[in-house]
Design a protein around this ligand. Structure first.
Ligand SMILES: Cc1cc2nc3c(=O)[nH]c(=O)nc-3n(C[C@H](O)[C@H](O)[C@H](O)COP(=O)(O)OP(=O)(O)OC[C@H]3O[C@@H](n4cnc5c(N)ncnc54)[C@H](O)[C@@H]3O)c2cc1C
Length: 591
């Protein structure tokens, strides 16, 4: 069976030596001293390996069951959920006014990675609650906040996000769920939502559904959409639970992975709901949380990859097959361990170099979200808005690829359920689809984000890359990083130029290359992260750090990424510059 240990050493390196949190000058960041974050991460790691990880396979095998209209979660989930609540883990970065601990979002992300790696399906119940909490916190009235937030911070009540309908997923303008205004200011919500994660379960007293619906008087398409709070149980004026709202689970979806999380068809039969935010501005309210939600899914992608990698690494050290081509490495054994073989090394290095880069990219993204929120920094807001589709799309594609690579290290045993490796690939797969399928992330990046605010954010990113390279000009040890990063950055700029020159006259020319652009940009971002990490590792070694193996390993892993992964940028650019013709050449009938 599988196991998982939180990589807190790497997280501490990122927080204190790369991001240098205590020097960031952001409210709450001065609390993030090394000893404190170590304690928090170690404690999270203990919960992850002792409570959550042992339930990962249980959740996968048992799944959720719909019994008499109520969803039952797998054995042990309820107790684990109580343990998470008691430990205060659900409240880490929430507003102290509503019972939260007021920690920065960055710390919540680090802890989130640990919990997702241990048990992604379980962690989604809390993750979705956090998303709904953020929406109410940002857009709710004082009364709504007082009614719902304390219970959601503690996870006594959980939350859901209801966008998708049978005929509308990406194109939300098509949605049909109706909201009819009532005399008392509430609305009657009628319609069907599908694929609703954590739509129902037995771990909370109440479930607060956030539902997109169309109220009268709005325009066509997404302009007419509003967002509503629809509780499973109505809440009385004194905060106690009242009547059951007519919202019910139509069925539970059978699905490829995340079996421990309930994916529900939700029927709203004239359920009572209250407007959240402005009428007909529901999409805006939803999008406020999009950076955070999409970063959370990007994190899921690599966090599952991390768990898969850890198991593949242990297996590669243990499993004896064949002999090293350079001479016997394990003379007392019948064969050498898999890890002696260069092709297994290639796979493990692909995994490790991606995962550490992805963690750095996500933590940096989380710090931008903190900077935007805590310091009202418009430049940080612009940058994270640009990066969001890359974090979501690139990290989930590569996270899934990592889980597959890890599975491959097990050979045939990776395909057998008993080993647990197939669960990682099945669980990771959804991250490429939900919260906006990755093709749509690429569309958002190229069609919207590149040109946002006159292209100022992408220009700022290019300047940032340039400045990073320049800062290490005098250090020859950094050349493998800065040379590769400069080349990749130029390729990214050339791709952007191609879109500018061709996209206006033929939009297909831009959109045929959008997916490649998302990956090209993902590599440049990870190249930037590796340059920063290598510089921090050199600085630690220069200062006589005792943990030499960690820093030397860091530099060698970074060099691998620059030498073996960044060259993919040239391929992506070539594909982009081939334009729309090869992609659009066939008539529909010719397929
Ligand atoms: C397990 C699971 C959990 C989910 N949880 C939730 C949840 O909690 N709440 C919720 O509201 N939804 C949820 N979803 C729904 C999920 O977000 C949608 O499935 C997803 O956004 C895609 O929508 P769709 O399935 O309708 O695909 P479609 O919109 O039909 O898209 C199909 C394909 O076409 C592509 N495509 C669509 N439009 C374009 C375009 N204009 N240009 C290029 N390509 C395009 C997409 O990238 C995709 O690959 C969940 C889904 C699953 C499977």
């Amino acid at each position: 069976m599988t196991s998982y240990t939180a990589n807190t050493r790497d997280m501490q390196f990122l927080l204190h030596e790369v991001l240098k949190v205590s020097e960031a000058g952001l409210p709450g960041y001065d609390d993030l001293e090394r000893d404190f974050t170590e304690q928090v991460l170690d404690a999270a790691g203990k919960v992850a390996s002792e409570v959550l990880e042992p339930l990962n396979a249980v959740g996968d095998k048992e799944g959720c069951v719909l019994e008499n209209g109520i969803v039952r979660t797998p054995k042990g989930f309820k107790e684990a959920f109580e343990a998470m609540k008691e430990g205060g883990w659900t409240a880490l970065d929430c507003d102290p006014e509503y019972g939260g601990q007021g920690m920065p979002y960055l710390l919540n992300c680090a802890v989130g990675e640990i919990f997702v790696s241990a048990n992604m399906a379980f962690n989604m119940y809390q993750g979705l609650t956090h998303g709904a909490y953020s929406a109410i916190h940002a857009h709710g009235t004082a009364e709504q906040k007082a009614t719902y937030l304390p219970k959601m911070v503690s996870c006594d009540w959980t939350g859901t996000m209801n966008l998708t309908e049978p005929h509308c997923g990406t194109d939300l303008g098509l949605l049909r769920t109706k909201a009819e205004p009532q005399d008392d200011g509430s609305y009657k919500i009628t319609g069907q939502k599908i694929f609703i994660s954590a739509g129902d379960h037995d771990m909370a007293e109440n479930i607060i559904h956030l539902v997109l619906a169309k109220a009268p008087g709005g325009g066509e398409g997404t302009k007419g959409i509003s967002l509503f709070i629809v509780p499973k149980f109505l809440v009385n004026a004194d905060g106690s639970l009242g009547a059951r709202n007519p919202v019910s689970v139509g069925m539970l979806e059978e699905k490829m992975g995340i079996h421990g999380n309930s994916t529900c068809v939700m029927n709203y039969d004239g359920a009572t709901g209250w407007l959240l935010g402005d009428l007909h501005k529901g999409m805006r309210a939803m999008f406020t949380m999009m950076n955070e939600a999409r970063l959370g899914v990007g994190l899921q992608g690599y966090a599952v990859g991390e768990a898969a990698y850890q198991n593949a690494l242990a297996y590669a050290k243990d499993r004896l097959q064949g002999r090293a081509v350079t001479g016997v490495a394990n003379p007392t054994g019948a064969a050498d361990p898999l890890i002696v073989h260069p092709d297994i090394r290639r796979s493990l290095m692909d995994q490790k170099s991606f995962l550490e880069g992805a963690r750095a990219f996500t933590f940096w993204g989380a710090s931008l979200i903190d900077r935007a929120h805590l310091a009202d920094d418009a430049a940080a807001e612009g940058l994270i808005s640009l990066m969001t589709p890359v974090i979501k799309g690139f990290l989930t594609d590569k996270g899934f690829e990592t889980a597959v690579l890890a599975q491959q290290v097990y050979g045939g045993h990776g395909y057998i359920e008993e080993q647990g490796m197939s669960q990682f690939t099945r669980d990771a797969r959804i991250t490429m689809i939900y919260e906006g399928a990755n093709g749509v992330q690429a569309l958002d990046l190229v069609g919207r984000k590149l040109a946002q605010d006159g292209g100022k954010h992408v220009m700022a990113f290019f300047e940032m890359v340039k400045a990073e390279c320049k800062a290490h000009d005098a250090d020859d040890r950094m050349k493998p990083f800065t040379d590769a990063l400069k080349t990749a950055s130029k390729q990214l700029q050339a791709a952007g130029m191609f879109f500018m020159q061709n996209g206006m006259k033929n939009p297909n020319a831009a959109l045929s290359g959008s997916y490649d652009f998302m990956h090209l940009m993902g590599h440049v971002c990870l190249g930037l992260m590796w340059t920063r990490m290598a510089a921090a590792a050199h600085a630690a070694l220069d200062a006589g750090a005792s943990d030499k193996a960690f820093y030397e390993g860091k530099i060698a892993t970074g060099r691998y990424y620059m030498a073996r992964q960044l060259p993919a940028c040239a391929m992506h650019l070539a594909r982009i510059e081939s334009g729309a013709e090869p992609v659009m050449a066939l008539d529909v009938e010719q397929f």
